[in-house]
Design a protein around this ligand. Sequence first.
Ligand code: PMP
Length: 444
Amino acid sequence: DASSVSSPTARSEALFARARAVTPGGVNSPVRAFRSVGGTPRFIAHADGAYLTDADGTTYLDYIGSWGPMILGHNHPGVREAITQALQGGTSFGAPGEREVQLAEQVTRLTGTERVRFVNSGTEATMSALRLARGATGRKFIVKFRGNYHGHADGLLVEAGSGLLTNADSLGNAAPSSAGVPEDYARLTLVSEYNDPAALDALMAARGHEIAAVIFEPVVGNAGVLMPTPEFLAALHRVKASGALLIADEVMTGFRLSLRGATGLLGLEPDLICWGKIIGGGLPVGAYGGRADVMDFVSPQGPVYQAGTLSGNPLAMAAGLATLQALEADPGLYARLDAYTAALAGGLREAAREAGVAISINHIGSMLTAFFQDAPDGSLRTYTDAARSDTAAFARWFQGLLARGVYWAPSQFESIFVSGMHSDAELGLTLDAAQAAFAEVGGA
Ligand code: PMP
C-alpha cells in the first residue's frame, strides 16, 4: 500500500489537492484549512466518542467537537438511533411535522422562551433575529461588539475601524471585515468594545433612539474565550431602556454552558436568543426565539418574512431532540464537563510553567482557550487583549499536539470544546502531549 511508505498524511494531502481543484481553498469553511497554523488539514473519515479518525487511519483526540455541536461526543447511540428512526419515514416533507413541535416545546421549556423558529444554521438565526428586531422596532441600526462573531450575514461581518470609541461623532463607526460587504450595509452596524460598559452607555446615549438591536456573545468563543464582566452585563441590560432589543447569540453557548445556556448561567434577560450547533445534535439546525409579543412579528403571524425549504427537517429535528433529551437525562454532565475542563486548565498551566512558556488561560464550563502571552489567568477581557497573543508560538504548540494525536482548535482565537466522552484517560493523554509540545515551543 503506497501510503505506508510515504508520509503519514499522504491521503489527507491527496484529498486536499483534489479539494483545492474544485473548492475555494479546498474547504467549505475557512478555519478548516489550517491557514493560521500551517500543515495539512486532516480529512476526517469517521468519528466516535472523543476521537476522530482521518483518511490515513490516524486517530486523534478531538477538542473541536465539530466546533461545538458534539457535546455528547461523536456517534452517540441515542442520537444515531433517533436519526435512523426518522430516516425510515422520509427525509423532508416541506410541510409541518410532529418532531418540530416536540423540539420547539423542549427548547422553549428549557430556555424560558415562549416562541421559537427553526432555521438551518447559526448564521440564519442571527440574520433572522436582526430582521425581526428591525421589523419590530421600525429602526435601522444594530450594535455588535468588536471580535464577536455572529455568522456571515452582510451586516454582521463588520468590526470597528479603530479601538475604543471616545468621540461622540464617530461613535460606532465601522468598516466591513469582508470583501463583498458594501459600505452602505456596514454603515448600519455600529461596533463597540466588549467589556467596556462606558463605551456602550455612551453609544446608547448618543444613538439609542435609532438602534433596533444590540447583539452579543454572552461568553465570547470567537476571539478565543472571553468572559463578560458583571458591569458589562449590566450595561447590556440598560440598552433595553432605549427600546432596542437585546439579542443573546447563544449559538455556541446554548445548551453548552448549562441546559439554559449562558442566559441561565449568568442570569441574563435578553429579548431574543439565537441558537445553533448543539440544538441540531450535529445536523444543520439554527433557531431564534423569545417572548411571544416579539416573535409574533415573524411571518406568517406577522410582517417580518423568514422561510426555509429544509427548515424543521425531520432528521435534523430528531438529532436535536435526542441530544437535548440526553442532556436533560444526565444532570451530572455539566459538572463533569466543568471538572474535566478545570483539570485541563490546571494541567496546562503547570506544564507551561515547567517549560517556561507564557500562557494565559480563560475557561468556563467546557470551553477553554490557552492564549500564548504573559498575563494572569482570566485577565484577558477584550479582542485587543486576545490579539496580543504569540500566534507563532501557538502554531508550534498546536503542531506538537497534533503530532501526538491531540487535535486542538487550529487557531489561537477559538475555544476548544470538551465532550461528555472526555474522561481521565483523555485528560492524561492531553497533558502528556501538551507537556512535550510546550517543551518544543520553549526551545524554539
Ligand atoms: N454565532 C456564534 C456565536 C457562532 O459561534 C457561530 C459559528 N461558530 C455562528 C453564530 C454562526 O453559526 P453557523 O456557522 O452555524 O452559521
